[in-house]
Design a protein around this ligand. Structure first.
Ligand SMILES: Cc1ncc(COP(=O)(O)O)c(C=O)c1O
Length: 488
């Protein structure tokens, strides 16, 4: 449903013989295209729009303006960490030597690129407290798969095939159980305690020789630090299982704490969340995976190695789980991440996590009079509020998310984690100013007042967006991106 007047689509702008380009006169006129293409795919009638250059430019610029992006405004999507992509990263990624490089170039001709990837993997290993890192996975979810395949390969290598179970907390991101199931494991759900962290008494009941690993997010998806992590690590290792860290929330602990020091054996990083590379539409991104020394043989091949300043790709890795991506991963994303890390330096990275945590606590505490926050007395980089008070007036988390669009902000994540009723998961990130945070808080406080005084305005939102409420399930399952002529 269009709320505002719909702009004409590019086909509707079409006028006979209008042109956007002047094609040069062909100098291969003796070739008859009828000889090149099979007759059954040749058409005389091609309904393409006939438009001028300015029509095309305006059409696409208008389309882009209907979209919300991190360059347009605050994007407080909890768990997804939509942080600003500094433009210096883009400039560096566009340097001709990076942009025009070919993955099949001989090693001698791309030493700089190999050095860049090697350097990034060494820095990530240091940040995560790991011994080696692969840069191949294209996203966090593929990083999880890579890490869990290595855990499976390890158990098989040591001849321990009886381990069929992976333990995952009930607050976990959906990709964790999906990954474990994809690797052929059964999933055992460990509940959270009243503080929102892993219930270690319940965990004790679940462990045993049948457990292959635990997949844990720290800080977890409630924005809370798992403060019993060392006890958990002892329990898990004590039964011969391994510790997998979903490192999606590294933004909160960058330069402060390292999963490797907490007992984790494997972890993935989400470069888009922690190291400011573009995050959109599921990729192309990067989800590097770090491992402890004993898991190195299982890393995806090829592995970049350095001897006396010369970098080479080693494919001779007989125990490797194999490739998880073509070539070496999404190289240009890796360039951006290294640019970000080097431009900030160690102190800058610490300031990132400090500011992310400060901002989240500021927003959380200012909202407490209007919104419930069921878990924790303070938070790390994000927090999960509940719209259960507003629900008493018929206003749900979904309505609040839609209404915030009218105030010029992207909605927070809603209905996740599943253990919070009417969840509103808010992650303001470190790059937002006090003024922006205040404007966002004021909008949420105003929406709370509207929920009491004029709930319909919230329930029918958005009122200012180019499209109103969509059937999101239908839109995802039966995507229709074709233009249909009016009246058809
Ligand atoms: C906690 C957590 N784990 C895993 C993932 C999956 O990461 P990606 O989106 O890079 O596949 C996400 C993504 O939002 C996440 O928040």
């Amino acid at each position: 449903m269009f709320v505002n007047k719909p702009e004409p689509l590019i086909f509707e702008l079409s006028a006979p013989d209008r042109k956007g380009v002047l094609l040069p006169i062909s100098d291969v006129s003796e070739i008859d295209t009828n000889d090149l293409l099979p007759e059954d795919i040749l058409r005389n009638d091609l309904p393409l729009p006939e438009v001028s250059e300015v029509d095309v430019v305006r059409h696409f610029v208008q389309l882009s303006q209907k979209n919300f992006s991190i360059d347009t405004g605050l994007y407080p999507l909890g768990s997804c960490t939509m942080k600003y992509n500094p433009k210096i990263n883009e400039r560096i990624a566009r340097l001709p030597g990076f942009e025009a490089i070919h993955p099949l170039q001989p090693e001698d001709t791309c030493q700089g690129a190999l050095e860049l990837m090697y350097t990034l993997s060494v820095i990530l290993a240091e940040i995560g407290g790991m011994d080696a890192v692969t840069l191949q996975p294209a996203a966090g979810a593929l990083g999880e798969l890579t890490g869990m395949l290595m855990i499976r390969a390890y158990h098989e290598r040591v001849g321990d095939r009886s381990r069929q179970m992976v333990i995952i907390p009930d607050s976990a991101h959906g990709t964790n159980p999906a990954t474990a199931a994809r690797c052929g494991y059964q999933i055992s759900r460990v509940p959270s305690n009243e503080r929102g962290t892993v219930d270690t008494a319940k965990l004790k009941e679940l462990i045993g020789p049948h457990v292959a690993a635990i997949m844990l997010t720290n800080p977890n998806t409630l924005g809370l630090f798992e403060d019993e992590i060392l006890e958990i690590s002892d329990m898990i290792h004590g039964c011969g299982a391994l510790m997998y860290c979903d490192g999606a929330n590294m933004n909160a602990i960058l330069g402060k704490a390292r999963p490797g020091d907490m007992g984790f054996d494997v972890m993935h990083f989400n470069l888009h969340k922690t190291f400011s590379t573009p995050h959109g539409g599921g990729g192309p991104g990067a989800g590097p995976v770090g491992v402890k020394e004993f898991l190195k043989p299982f890393l995806p091949a090829p592995v970049i190695e350095e001897t006396d300043g010369y970098y080479k790709l080693n494919y001779d890795k007989p125990q490797s789980i194999g490739r998880v991506h073509s070539f070496y991963g999404n190289f240009n994303i890796l360039v951006r991440a290294l640019a970000y890390i080097l431009s900030l330096g160690p102190d800058g990275l610490k300031a990132v996590s400090e500011t992310a945590v400060l901002n989240a606590n500021y927003v959380r505490n200012r909202l407490l009079n209007a919104y419930d926050v069921p878990y924790g007395s303070q938070c790390m980089h994000e927090f999960v509020a509940s719209a259960r008070r507003q629900k008493a007036h018929g206003v749900r988390a979904l309505d609040i998310a839609k209404r915030i669009i009218d105030y010029g902000f992207h909605p927070p994540t809603i209905y996740f984690p599943l253990i919070v009723e009417e969840a509103l998961m808010i992650e303001p990130v470190e790059t937002e100013s006090l003024e922006t945070l205040n404007a966002f808080i004021d909008a949420l406080l105003q929406i709370d007042k509207e929920s009491i005084g004029d709930p319909d305005i919230v329930k029918n939102a958005p009122h200012e967006a180019s499209v109103g409420r969509l059937d999101e399930a239908l839109a995802a399952r039966r995507l229709d991106v074709r233009w249909t002529p009016p009246g058809d």
